[in-house]
Design a protein around this ligand. Structure first.
Ligand SMILES: [Zn+2]
Length: 275
C-alpha cells in the first residue's frame, strides 16, 4: 500500500487492537460436541472478585473427595493465568515446574465443580458478543487446604454438596481467598430443578443438561502433562522471568488478584478447537 518507514504494511486489526483478547495457553479443558464438531472447552476456576458479596453458586459433586496438586496461575509465554498439574508425586524424575516456579510439590487443592449463577460479560467483547451475558457457568472449584474444614463443615450441615446453593462472599483484602471467604448456605435444588434451571446454559455450552449438571471428569481433565511437555513450559517460565524481572510484584503474588487475565475467563466466548 506504499507506506514509508520501517512499519511496513499495517498489521491485521485484531492483532493487539482490542476485540478478541488473548488467553493463556496452558489450561484445563474438556471435550464437548460443538456446533462445528468436537471442541476442547476451556475450564475456568471458580473465582469471586475482591469484596464481592452473595455470589450465587450451586454444588454438583455428591462428595468432595478429589484432591490435586497444581501450579496455579503461573506466567508463561508472556501470559498470566496458566494452570498445570504438578507431577512431582507421580513422576520419578520430578516435576519440572517446581524449580521454575519455586513451588515445590505444587499447591494442594480439594476439587469440586460448581455452577456459578452470577452474570458475566467479556471485558472486551468481539462484535458478535457485544451485549451478550453469560450465566450458570460450570466452574472448577479449587479449595485451598486452609478452607477445607470450614467448607466441609457447611456442606455437612446442609446434607451434602450436590444441589446445595450457597451465597459466596469475599473479603475486601486483595490477598483474601479467590473462592470467597464465606460460603453461606441458601437452600437446595432437586435434580429436576437443576435440569430445568441449567438447560439453556448446557445447550450453549454444548453438553446435554444431564451431563452439564455432573461434576467435571477430574481423572481426565486433571491428568498431568508428560514430563517433556512440562520441561518445555518450564523453559518458557524461566525465559519470561528473566525478561520482566520485577513481574512477581506486579503480578499480585500468591492469592492476589493482580494478574490481568484469568485463565479462560472468556471461556464461553471462543472454545479452542482441536482435531
Ligand atoms: Zn510441580
Amino acid at each position: 500500500m506504499g507506506y514509508r518507514g520501517s512499519g511496513g504494511e499495517p498489521p491485521p486489526p485484531n492483532n493487539g487492537g482490542g476485540g478478541q483478547f488473548k488467553k493463556p495457553p496452558y489450561f484445563f479443558g474438556e471435550k464437548v460436541k460443538g456446533q462445528k464438531g468436537p471442541e476442547l472447552k476451556r475450564i475456568s476456576a471458580f473465582k469471586v472478585g475482591v469484596g464481592q458479596k452473595d455470589v450465587p453458586v450451586v454444588g454438583l459433586d455428591l462428595k468432595l473427595d478429589y484432591a490435586v496438586r497444581l501450579h496455579p496461575r503461573f506466567k508463561a509465554a508472556g501470559m498470566h493465568g496458566n494452570y498445570a498439574v504438578c507431577i512431582s508425586k507421580t513422576e520419578s524424575r520430578g516435576c519440572p515446574l517446581d524449580a521454575a516456579l519455586n513451588e515445590e510439590g505444587g499447591r494442594w487443592f480439594l476439587v469440586g465443580t460448581v455452577i456459578d449463577r452470577s452474570k458475566w460479560s467479556p471485558p472486551n467483547p468481539s462484535a458478535k458478543n457485544k451485549g451478550k451475558v453469560w450465566t450458570d457457568s460450570r466452574r472448577l472449584l479449587l479449595i485451598p487446604r486452609n478452607q477445607v474444614d470450614e467448607i466441609e463443615g457447611v456442606v455437612q450441615k446442609v446434607g451434602g454438596f450436590r444441589g446445595a446453593k450457597f451465597l459466596v462472599t469475599r473479603k475486601s483484602e486483595q490477598i483474601s481467598s479467590r473462592i470467597g471467604t464465606t460460603w453461606w448456605p441458601d437452600g437446595k435444588m432437586t435434580e429436576e430443578q437443576m435440569k430445568g434451571a441449567f438447560e439453556k446454559a448446557a445447550a450453549n455450552y454444548g453438553l446435554p443438561v444431564e451431563k452439564y449438571i455432573q461434576p467435571f471428569d477430574y481423572d481426565t481433565i486433571l491428568k498431568g502433562k508428560p514430563f517433556e511437555v512440562l520441561q518445555k513450559i518450564a523453559q518458557e517460565i524461566v525465559a519470561d522471568a528473566s525478561v520482566v524481572a520485577d513481574d512477581a510484584e506486579a503480578g499480585g503474588g500468591d492469592d492476589g488478584d493482580g494478574e490481568p487475565i484469568e485463565a479462560g475467563e472468556d471461556a464461553a466466548e471462543s472454545p479452542v478447537s482441536y482435531g
